[in-house]
Write a protein that binds this ligand. Structure first.
Ligand SMILES: *[C@@H]1O[C@H](CO)[C@@H](O)[C@H](O)[C@H]1NC(C)=O
Ligand SMILES: *[C@@H]1O[C@H](CO)[C@@H](O)[C@H](O)[C@H]1NC(C)=O
Ligand SMILES: *[C@@H]1O[C@H](CO)[C@@H](O)[C@H](O)[C@H]1NC(C)=O
Ligand SMILES: *[C@@H]1O[C@H](CO)[C@@H](O)[C@H](O)[C@H]1NC(C)=O
Ligand SMILES: *[C@@H]1O[C@H](CO)[C@@H](O)[C@H](O)[C@H]1NC(C)=O
Ligand SMILES: *[C@@H]1O[C@H](CO)[C@@H](O)[C@H](O)[C@H]1NC(C)=O
Ligand SMILES: *[C@@H]1O[C@H](CO)[C@@H](O)[C@H](O)[C@H]1NC(C)=O
Ligand SMILES: *[C@@H]1O[C@H](CO)[C@@H](O)[C@H](O)[C@H]1NC(C)=O
Ligand SMILES: *[C@@H]1O[C@H](CO)[C@@H](O)[C@H](O)[C@H]1NC(C)=O
Length: 706
């Protein structure tokens, strides 16, 4: 009974739409990226009609893949790529039908097109939001990144973003309209995690024309205790459900070798906050005798999730939950009920991760994110793509300053709402002498800087002496309060490294991707904010200054910053460089590792870096890591990694300090080390008949067929 509330089961019998061969490509947008302008062709393997991408983008260069990879078995859309050596963010603008659900897919085959044998990594953005990262594994592996998204405008910007790990490129960009009542979510978009064709006998990947929506179905890795069954008959020959899983995919299935054993599978999410939508497709493919039956239930983490399921002969049924799954643990079991004579089966599965995209409200179409501030930064002028508010708007937004969130050096911060979204409003106090300057230096850079790891400026008020800044609201406050001894919720090791990584990415963006670079000048735990998902963002550009590019890489300034976090070299020389932020970040990382403030209660080693250096010399990692974390809570190698990174950051001599981009790479390794530790742990724990689903998180990586 309960199950009905959790599941929608689409039975093929319900929708008696005749399967006319609706296999035309109407609504498809198929761009061969890098193909010479005005060219088009019908691909010889798939029959898909591709056109050149040239009219959808003004930037990038067309390149041809290395001849060594030009094989007959290669689909033609991979022969060219568009590569983006210039600019940080390059976007395709594509017109489509707002309100329609689209499958949007970027395909990437490196094939050494630049003859550098250096596969890059980069990010993908949709409009103003990051939704994916692409890491090219090697020359010959295809990478696909897919998102199912309902645009609220009549166009989208599909952007490739250079993250400092090589030149972004793309082989093909494809958009496919889907049925509106499929893949329905609360409002989120879905990024493909896996789409698997169980029981396949061919090892082939199926797409259009087998799949009318051109979804790609991949062969899974073999599972112990499972076997394949198949039929040569057509599934859904007379009617189909709106999901329309392809017949070729549904005509094979996996089933349990041991009739009474459950079929179990699971996956380990990258973190506990990732949410999933799961779609399982079933069809009976054996003609059952009168005394045979196949009836099974599905459980998730030992609790009922769906059933009883009685697959219909040669007709598809799709089972899914109407809301996202969360909780960090995904152990599914398909088990037969007692009366069933046959074991469960499963023909196909799709798993998507939830992506929260902020829909563009005031069409924040902001093609590039470079900061083009005039090099003499005090003359910053406010140019508003962001919204400008009046003092009375500010009163409404904050409900007359009803809820105080905090108080900083230059004024108080209040809670409020803009268009129903929570915001934090910083009201610069009228007595703050530097108020106006502060305002200019803060708004100037922020107005053009957009990065996931920097708090977003929603708007501002600049009338008479009423100066206010409106930021997105960060539900979990600042990092200072999370590592404080007074906080009884102990931040996990992974949580700490994630916060460090997020903020390092924000700083790396300011240093490396902004032109001219922006130095924050006041990196400290109270300037790093945490949202409801415990993701961190850098806040408070109050003291930031833009470095003039022709000034030898540093600016002379009046020393500002916070004691304990202030670079001693900057203090001594007044010369501010990006390495000053690196020093401060190193101290923040030490705070996160140790749970201790910057100035510790030790007369011999008054600064945390001295204390840690002393303990490192003794080889004593246990007494460095926050005492509130016990041995099993973190991986020792990960802890050593983190300590090494932080100690390099606080090197006395600025050239000895790493760049923030190097710190980002180091912290990613640190996190990976922590994961491998956790993953080993989870394999030994779940030591039943189940087996870890070895699914690559990189969506749909497939080696090139030779
Ligand atoms: C593409 O077609 C347009 C319009 O027909 C034409 O103006 C343009 O020169 C063509 N470009 C190339 C490279 O052939
Ligand atoms: C499919 O792939 C598996 C693993 O790579 C291999 O063992 C098997 O022989 C392949 N089957 C076919 C039909 O190619
Ligand atoms: C089949 O599975 C059942 C239930 O898991 C188990 O009790 C039984 O030992 C298994 N039989 C064989 C032959 O492995
Ligand atoms: C993730 O969730 C599992 C159980 O659901 C819990 O044991 C673990 O501590 C959580 N990890 C983090 C980092 O919160
Ligand atoms: C089902 O019936 C067939 C004959 O129609 C018989 O051979 C088979 O043993 C029966 N199986 C069971 C489980 O009763
Ligand atoms: C299967 O699910 C049905 C419906 O929820 C439930 O009544 C039944 O007890 C379940 N059977 C088993 C063996 O769990
Ligand atoms: C910070 O950036 C990283 C990588 O771009 C991303 O994984 C993380 O979610 C971002 N944090 C927030 C709060 O968006
Ligand atoms: C648990 O897994 C380990 C490693 O895969 C294996 O050696 C061991 O026999 C398993 N134990 C049980 C009880 O299945
Ligand atoms: C996953 O990716 C790795 C490379 O990162 C590759 O070696 C492995 O074969 C892939 N596994 C699957 C199941 O595709």
């Amino acid at each position: 009974m309960l199950i009905k509330h959790f599941l929608f089961v689409f039975l093929s019998g319900f929708t008696l739409i005749l399967l006319v061969h609706a296999q035309d490509q109407s609504g498809f947008i198929s761009l061969d990226c890098g193909l010479p302008q005005n060219s088009s062709y019908t691909e010889h393997i798939t029959g898909i009609n591709y056109i050149s991408d040239a009219t959808f983008i003004d930037t990038g260069v067309s390149m041809s893949i290395s001849p060594a990879y030009k094989l007959n078995s290669l689909e033609e859309q991979y022969l060219y790529v568009r590569s983006f050596p210039q600019g940080i963010r390059n976007c395709y603008t594509i017109s489509l039908t707002s309100g329609t659900r689209y499958l949007i897919r970027g395909s990437f085959l490196y094939a050494n097109y630049d003859a550098k044998s250096k596969p890059p990594a980069f990010d993908l953005h949709l409009d103003a939001n990051k939704w994916g990262s692409v890491t090219i594994i090697d020359d010959s592996t295809f990478i696909y990144s897919e998102i199912i998204h309902v645009p609220n405008l009549d166009h989208i910007d599909f952007c490739l973003v250079n993250t400092g790990h090589g030149t972004p490129f793309i082989s093909a960009l494809e958009l496919r309209p889907l049925k509106s009542d499929t893949y329905v979510t609360q409002s989120e978009s879905l990024s493909t995690f896996v789409r698997l064709d169980f029981g396949t006998l061919t090892n082939e990947t199926y797409r259009y024309k087998d799949d009318v929506f051109d979804r790609m179905w991949f062969p899974p890795t073999p599972m112990i205790g499972w076997t394949s069954i198949s039929t040569s008959l057509t599934v859904d020959a007379t009617s189909h459900i709106d999901f329309q899983p392809p017949s070729v995919v549904m005509s094979s299935a996996s089933t349990a070798i041991n009739t009474s054993a459950p079929m179990t599978f699971n996956w380990v999410p990258p973190d506990n906050t990732t949410q999933y939508y799961v779609y399982m497709h079933f069809a009976e493919i054996k003609e059952l005798q009168a005394n045979q039956s196949r009836i099974f239930n599905i459980s998730l983490n030992g609790k009922p999730w769906g059933g009883p399921i009685i697959p219909t002969y040669l007709q598809s049924t799709t089972v899914y939950s109407p809301s996202a799954l969360s909780g960090g643990k995904y152990e599914f079991a398909l088990y037969k009920i007692e009366q069933s004579t046959l074991p469960p089966l499963i023909n196909a599965i799709e798993v998507y991760t939830v992506v929260q995209l902020l829909q563009s409200q005031t069409d924040q179409k902001d093609g590039d994110v470079t900061v083009d501030v005039p090099s003499n930064s005090q003359t910053l002028h406010l140019e508003s793509k962001n919204r400008k508010f009046t003092p009375s708007d500010i009163e409404m937004i904050t409900n007359n300053c009803k809820t105080l969130l905090g108080e900083g050096a230059f004024g108080k911060v209040y809670h409020g709402y803009v268009d129903g979204n929570p915001v934090a409003v910083k009201i610069i106090s009228e007595t703050a002498v530097e108020g106006y300057q502060q305002f200019q230096s803060e708004v100037g850079p922020l107005i053009r800087v957009h990065h996931k790891n920097l708090t977003t400026l929603v708007g501002y008020c600049n009338e008479r002496t009423k100066l206010s800044l409106i930021y997105e609201y960060m539900a979990n406050g600042d990092v200072h309060s999370h590592i404080s001894e007074k906080n009884s919720n102990i931040l996990s090791w992974e949580g700490r490294i994630r916060i460090a990584l997020d903020s390092a990415q924000g700083l790396a963006y300011l240093h490396d991707d902004c032109n001219p670079p922006i130095i924050h000048r006041d990196v400290k735990p109270s300037n790093i904010l945490v949202n409801e998902n415990f993701q961190a963002k850098i806040a408070d550009f109050g003291l930031s200054r833009v470095i003039p590019t022709d000034g030898g890489g540093y600016v002379n300034t009046i020393v500002a910053g916070t004691l304990g976090y202030l670079d001693p070299e900057y203090f001594r020389t007044n010369k501010l460089t990006t390495k000053s932020d690196v020093f401060s970040f190193g101290v923040v990382l030490l705070n996160l590792i140790t749970g201790q403030p910057a100035r510790v209660k030790s007369p011999e080693n008054p600064h945390i870096s001295q204390f840690v250096r002393f303990m490192v010399a003794k080889g004593d990692i246990r007494s460095i890591v926050d005492q509130r974390l016990s041995n099993g809570d973190f991986d020792v190698n990960s802890a050593w990694n983190a300590v090494e990174i932080s100690m390099a950051c606080v090197s006395e001599n600025p050239p000895d300090r790493p760049t923030m981009s190097e710190v980002v790479i180091g912290l990613k390794e640190c996190l990976a080390t922590e994961f491998s530790h956790r993953r080993e742990g989870s394999v030994t724990e779940s030591n039943d008949s189940s087996q870890i689903f070895t699914m690559n998180v990189t969506t749909g990586a497939r080696p090139l067929a030779r």
